[in-house]
Design a protein around this ligand. Structure first.
Ligand SMILES: [Mn+2]
Length: 333
């Protein structure tokens, strides 16, 4: 078994001990949970439930259909209704994975008790971090699943195929199938170990990537019809009006923008009625987290987002102007 990096060992050990001592554990991930959030949450469930804890999965927004294959049949996720909130409030340990900001936890945010809260996350520490008794936060980790592995590694129990698969889904998702700069040697070593534990990457692929629906194709069509390009600076964008159908998963749209030849920064604007949701991706040195922060958002250097009030055309103009400056100043252009 590969060892967690030494700077994470202590926190991983403490959190593992805390989870092993718990009779009840509630695990929450961020709203619109992705492969990493749910993969990490499911891995905690599969590992700690057999060790004797009553583990509950909390879904601030509904569990996504496309990740149904990660969730064992018969396991229910709890919505933030009376039952879900009660499950959270009564848990000995309240785990948040792949997020740390209250704003990312929907209706569950106010039901966490600081002395029982544990955060496992690879996002840069936010200004409005949830108060917690213990944290394992490392922006150097490729995925939260990598940090969950650190914790599981500290227990004597072996990692099951089901657990390994959930962790692998987290790794594949957040590294863009091992294409992004976070696909580190450690991430690859962990992936290798998970495959050795029985994960079949080829069987996972169609679940994660062979799932285009007619609806998604429709949104993609709309996005490509509204494509904008600044070929000089390498900015590729699209702006969706409010009448374009909403999607659960916009990554497929922004991935096309990002994969356009010569693109340094890709931007997807979505009019959500009164305000505009913006997703940024960077292929190079331009720091889109900084760009997103200047519009009240946040994220990673290469993937970030913000929501800006105002009409679509105006927001597009403002954000493009700022993006042009950011790209011009970045060292790789
Ligand atoms: Mn993640």
């Amino acid at each position: 078994m590969i060892e967690p990096p030494s700077h994470r060992l202590e926190a991983a050990r403490r959190i593992a001990a805390r989870l092993q001592a718990a009779k009840s554990i509630a695990v929450a991930t961020h709203v619109n949970g992705d492969g990493d959030g749910w993969g990490s949450a499911c891995a905690l469930f599969y590992h700690f439930q057999p060790l004797g804890a009553d583990v509950r999965l909390l879904a601030a927004t509904p569990y996504p259909d496309r990740l149904r294959f990660v969730l064992r049949q018969g396991i229910e996720t709890l919505a933030p209704d009376a039952k879900g909130l009660q499950a959270l409030r009564s848990a000995d340990v309240q785990v948040v994975v792949d997020a740390s900001e209250p704003g990312r936890l929907g209706e569950f945010a106010h039901a966490f008790a600081p002395d029982r809260t544990v955060i496992i996350d690879h996002h840069a520490v936010a200004s409005s971090q949830l108060e917690a008794a213990d944290v394992l936060i490392d922006p150097g980790a490729a995925a939260s699943a990598e940090l969950v592995y650190d914790v599981l590694h500290q227990t004597a129990a072996p990692i099951s195929v089901e657990t390994a698969r959930a962790l692998y889904v987290g790794l594949v998702t957040d590294t863009g199938s091992f294409r992004y700069s976070n696909a580190t040697p450690h991430a690859h070593r962990l992936a290798a170990q998970l495959i050795e534990a029985g994960v079949d990457p080829q069987a996972i692929y169609p679940h994660l990537f062979g799932t285009l629906t007619a609806r998604e194709l429709g949104v993609l069509e709309a996005a490509l019809a509204r494509l904008g390009r600044d070929t000089e600076l390498g900015i590729t964008w699209s702006a969706l009006d409010a009448d374009v159908e909403a999607l659960e998963e916009y990554d497929l749209v922004i991935d096309h923008l990002r994969n356009t030849q010569g693109t340094h920064v890709a931007i997807l604007f979505r009019d959500i009625g009164g305000s505009v949701k913006i997703s940024f991706r960077s292929n190079g040195a331009a720091d889109v987290a900084e760009l997103a922060r200047s519009f009240g958002g946040g994220g990673h250097r290469k993937a970030a987002g913000a929501t800006v009030e105002g009409p679509l055309a105006e927001v597009v103009e403002q954000v493009l102007a700022a993006s042009r400056v950011a790209v011009s100043l970045s060292p790789d252009t």
